[in-house]
Design a protein around this ligand. Structure first.
Ligand code: 13P
Length: 279
């Protein structure tokens, strides 16, 4: 089917109580793996290409989507500048994220509003981030993470002031491999309070490293989209190491094994998020 914006996908997920996965990809194996997983699981999916020529990768995904009986969206993940957003609009992405979450509140609003105007005029959906989901050792400390948590009253104001379609909120997860003590802990009570004030789909970033139970609880308490990258990358590297230990391995076999490894990760997440069989 033709490419679709993630907005209707996420509204349906919100109403029916599951989450749609966004999977970051930067290779052709990763792209094939995510789309094959979606087709096999009959799941809606959001593909987020990075480090790739944008127009070319949209053309590839559009062709794969045409043959796929499931809805597929292409989102710019963590766009930092208006310029990158415009490039993605022109390249044919279906959705964009503007991440100005490290900026002061008013600047985040102004930048997000500018993107919403341009993207909505072109028919794209927009995600923004309020509060900040960190990604390195500086967020290992729980008090540092908490200081960046999303405040429910700010979220309500932000959505009203910007007109965004989906909002990434900081409730305790981190991007990448978790470097803190123990496990990342989600503040579900905070998520409830945000959900009470905001009716657009909420997004959980930093999915890798959370438990299946964390996802199930986050979805029950109001997350309708989960972003995943690190677990796919870790599986790909582990598979490469294992295959390269065989001195006779052929290049094509390494690529195929990596694609299968990424696909297994994506399939599992689709089942955990409850998006399988929802296409
Ligand atoms: P992980 O790398 O922790 O899975 O997070 C991915 C993400 O949130 C991308 O936006």
């Amino acid at each position: 089917m033709p490419l679709q914006s993630m907005v209707p996908m996420l509204k349906k997920a919100q109403m029916e109580g599951y989450a749609v996965g966004l999977f970051d990809v930067h290779t052709i194996e990763g792209t094939f793996a995510v789309i094959e997983a979606a087709v096999e699981q009959r799941s809606p999916v959001i593909v987020a290409p990075f480090y790739v020529p944008r127009r070319a990768v949209v053309a590839l995904i559009r062709e794969l989507a045409a043959d796929a009986p499931v809805p597929i969206a292409i989102e710019l993940d963590h766009g930092r500048e208006f310029k990158a957003v415009m490039e993605c609009i022109r390249a044919g992405f279906t959705d964009v994220m503007l991440d100005a979450s490290t900026k002061p509140y008013e600047e985040n609003v102004a930048r997000t509003r500018q993107v919403v105007e341009a993207a909505h005029a072109a028919g794209l959906g927009v995600e923004a981030e309020l509060g900040h989901v960190g990604f390195d050792e500086s967020y290992a400390d729980v008090s540092v993470r908490k200081a960046a948590f999303t405040r429910p009253e700010d979220a309500q104001r932000f959505v009203a002031e910007t007109g965004v379609d989906a909002l990434a909120v900081a409730i305790g997860s981190v991007h990448g491999v978790f470097k803190g003590a123990g496990e990342p802990e989600l503040d579900l009570n905070l998520l409830d309070r945000i959900r009470e004030r905001v009716d657009i789909p909420l997004v959980l970033h930093g999915g890798s490293g959370l438990s299946d139970e964390d996802f199930q609880m986050a979805i029950q308490h109001g997350s309708s989209k989960v972003n995943i990258y690190t677990d796919m990358a870790v599986a790909a590297v582990a598979t490469m190491r294992e295959r390269l230990a065989d001195p006779d391995v052929r290049y094509v076999q390494v690529g195929q094994a990596v694609q299968e490894a990424i696909k297994r990760v994506v399939v599992r997440y689709m089942q955990v998020f409850g998006s399988a069989d929802r296409a």
